[in-house]
Design a protein around this ligand. Structure first.
Ligand code: GCW
Length: 678
């Protein structure tokens, strides 16, 4: 339950190092809820480690932790240089003649983040070095998207029910809300969309606004703004208007009045998230209006209050059977430049749907006049739910570091996806990242202990997209399990290899969308009887007697052309199998089973080899985890071991079912040396 904020009693030697430097907390006299939250956390942390919490005082004394703002007596101006509104500096120094630890920031929000950074530093190094930290966030919007329904079901949730207890709100405030806010603040997450993008009109009725306002009150001291997902047709369904046409004045007036009502209840309300004309959701297309016309109408309703609209680009047509991977690009690029200033288009990391591996979404880098927000999925809809161990840090990092214009930046800075988000590539406006949360009422919050790491790494990368998945895995492991080098090395090694293992046993070489229909757990590459062709796995792998893969090139026979949606330098790579990264080979190409892969093996043999490698990697994780039994508490050790056992069984299932199915199509024998199906 404590996540990475465990604060257990320190071993004597470490406590002896920390105690002389954490004797009291000196804070600015003017107090605020955020400052109180920072002080409360420092007391909780140091109190947990040392047995007694340092008292708050306004007098600088030796060994104190001083929360300093520019007006603090004796403060050095240089501490605050370049910290902006959210950054912090932590250092050991002298103040008024006393040796102290300073946490410096321009704002109480910066002090809150600095306090958590100070605590993280001690939790990861055992108070060995004097703290010396400085950080500012690279992206302003660091958001969780909850796909939580108002009946507490969580869409694609694998960690219990929704933590939002809608029928007890607004009067009864669960302690979990505060602990949720603390965990997010420790990462710098500063916004939460409370409800599912498949939204219900009810969320905008007075009772639910009161409930959301009560949550906003709990989250505010931790620097977290509340946002809501809204259903396009809300005024129509609430029978307040006769249409939901965005150009109808009555519709616009309804949204304006609704926004005023929201801001009266939640003065710092963040804005709306919208899924429109996607998977059956209503939207402006129902009235022959564009996404831009729809988004702008809503944007104008919240603009007077400083609110934003996050308009999702997750769309694929119901009636035009073109390659699903190209449809968002086709629909949205013509709208570049048509969105109001306070609209941000929210784009999933890849063009299909949160697969274990996808190429980057072609909209990144293709909307130079529109700010784009990254949407990652923290909950593992397509990666084995909360049963399979898969650390997503490597996947997020792969997307963020993708060079959208390879070769072009030679000599300069690469055109990475991160630079689309921080605004330095094109349009100049920094946006951020949204993560579809994996949080629920399970005692461990995320379904499994290791899934806590995916919440953690999302938050840390949203703060600094260049932080490095491995460094983040190590600091998470140290805070969550133990600082013992053996534990940190082994746990982080498991994590770093884990996502590739999933790719290997589920969707090697660029295969995708071959999971069981609807629930998306387990293999089902054979399914071809669903209502829409683009829901069927066979549509995506296209295996036949001669070969396998989806031809997305421009020139190939029947190629869908989606490779050509990338900037020319990247498109060129993807157009040719020889230059396509092998891990995306079958995403972009339909190739004969005999095609020679980089290992020298024919494609069929390579595929079988990868399935095998995935299973072997899971067995290796089991061994690594077993070796840690002496270092990890029995409850968490056993829970993880059980999940790894299921993962191993299901990896075998994936391998054997996939191989058997593809053999039924190609009639090829198992390559020499491959393991016979278990
Ligand atoms: O990933 C898919 C899911 C749907 C989800 C949709 C979306 C909220 O299977 O459950 O709906 O994407 O992102 O809108």
């Amino acid at each position: 339950y404590d996540l990475w904020l465990r604060y257990r009693a320190l071993p004597a030697a470490e406590a002896a190092r920390l105690a002389p430097h954490a004797r009291a907390i000196v804070a600015p006299a003017t107090t605020s809820p955020m400052l109180d939250a920072a002080i409360g956390e420092l007391q909780r942390g140091v109190g947990g480690w040392l047995g007694t919490a340092p008292a708050r005082t306004d007098e600088v004394r030796a060994g104190a932790i001083v929360l300093a703002m520019p007006a603090t007596r004796g403060a050095t101006a240089a501490w605050f240089d370049g910290l902006g509104q959210e950054g912090y500096r932590v250092l050991r120094t002298r103040l008024e003649g006393q040796s102290v630890t300073v946490i410096a920031a321009n704002t109480d929000r910066g002090l809150l983040y600095g306090s958590f950074a100070y605590l993280r530093g001690i939790a990861t190094d055992g108070a060995q070095k004097a703290p010396d930290l400085r950080s500012t966030p690279r992206l302003p919007l660091r958001l969780l998207n909850h796909w939580d329904d108002l009946n507490r079901h969580v869409e694609r949730g694998y960690a219990g029910a929704s933590i939002w207890h809608w029928w007890n709100l607004p009067d009864i405030l669960d302690q979990r809300y505060t602990d949720y806010a603390r965990a997010n603040a420790s990462l710098g997450i500063n916004g939460a969309v409370l409800n599912n993008v498949n939204a219900k009109p009810d969320i905008l009725t007075a009772p639910f606004i009161a409930k959301a306002a009560a949550l906003a009150n709990v989250l505010r001291p931790y620097g977290i703004k509340v946002y809501l997902s809204v259903r396009w047709s809300t005024p129509l369904e609430l029978k307040a208007t006769a249409t939901a046409d965005p150009l109808d004045p009555a519709v616009a007036a309804w949204w304006r009045a609704k926004s005023d009502e929201l801001y009266a209840a939640i003065p710092d309300f963040g804005g709306f998230l919208v899924k429109a004309n996607s998977e059956g959701q209503p939207g402006p297309h129902d009235y022959h209006r564009s996404h831009a016309e729809g988004a702008n109408m809503l944007a104008r309703a919240v603009a007077p209050h400083g609110g934003i609209v996050m308009w999702r680009a997750f769309v694929y047509s119901e009636d035009k059977p073109t390659d699903r991977a190209r449809q968002a690009f086709d629909q949205f690029t013509p709208l570049d430049g048509q969105f109001d200033k306070n609209v941000i288009v929210q784009v999933k990391n890849g063009p299909i749907d949160f697969q274990p591996r996808e190429p980057v979404h072609p909209l990144f880098g293709a909307m130079p006049r529109t700010p784009l927000l990254m949407e990652f999925q923290i909950t593992k809809e397509y990666l084995g739910f909360s049963t399979h161990l898969a650390y997503l840090g490597t996947m997020f990092e792969e997307t963020l570091r993708t060079d959208l214009r390879p070769g072009i930046g030679a000599g300069g800075q690469a055109a990475t996806v991160t630079r689309v988000l921080d605004g330095t590539l094109d349009h100049g406006q920094a946006t951020g990242m949204a993560g579809v949360a994996n949080i629920g009422t399970d005692r461990n919050w995320s379904g499994s202990h290791f899934d806590q790491a995916n919440w953690y790494v999302f938050g840390r990368l949203a703060w600094n997209p260049e932080a490095g998945a491995e460094a983040i895995a190590r600091e998470w492991a140290a805070q969550t399990f133990s600082r013992a080098p053996r534990v940190v090395d082994t746990v982080s090694a498991m994590m770093m290899a884990s996502r590739e293992a999933v790719v290997d046993y589920m969707t090697p070489l660029g295969l995708h969308h071959v999971m069981g229909t609807g629930h998306h757990h387990g293999p089902a590459p054979w399914v071809d009887n669903l209502a829409r062709p683009d829901w069927n796995p066979v549509y995506y792998h296209r295996a036949d007697k001669a070969g396998i893969g989806f031809d997305r090139t421009a020139h190939g026979k029947g190629g869908s052309g989606s490779a050509g949606q990338y900037a020319p330098a990247l498109a060129r790579l993807y157009e040719d199998p020889a230059s396509t990264p092998e891990n995306l080979l079958l995403w972009f190409h339909h190739l004969p089973w005999t095609y020679t892969t980089r290992s020298g093996r024919p494609l069929w043999d390579e595929l079988v080899h990868r399935y095998d490698a995935g299973v072997t990697a899971v067995a290796a994780m089991q061994k690594q985890w077993d070796s840690l039994a002496p270092y990890i508490d029995p409850q968490r050790h056993a829970d993880t071991a059980q999940r790894l056992k299921v993962q191993h069984r299901e990896a075998l299932w994936w391998r054997d079912a996939s191989i058997a199915y593809f053999q039924s199509i190609n009639g090829l024998p198992l390559p020499a040396g491959a393991r016979a199906p278990a």
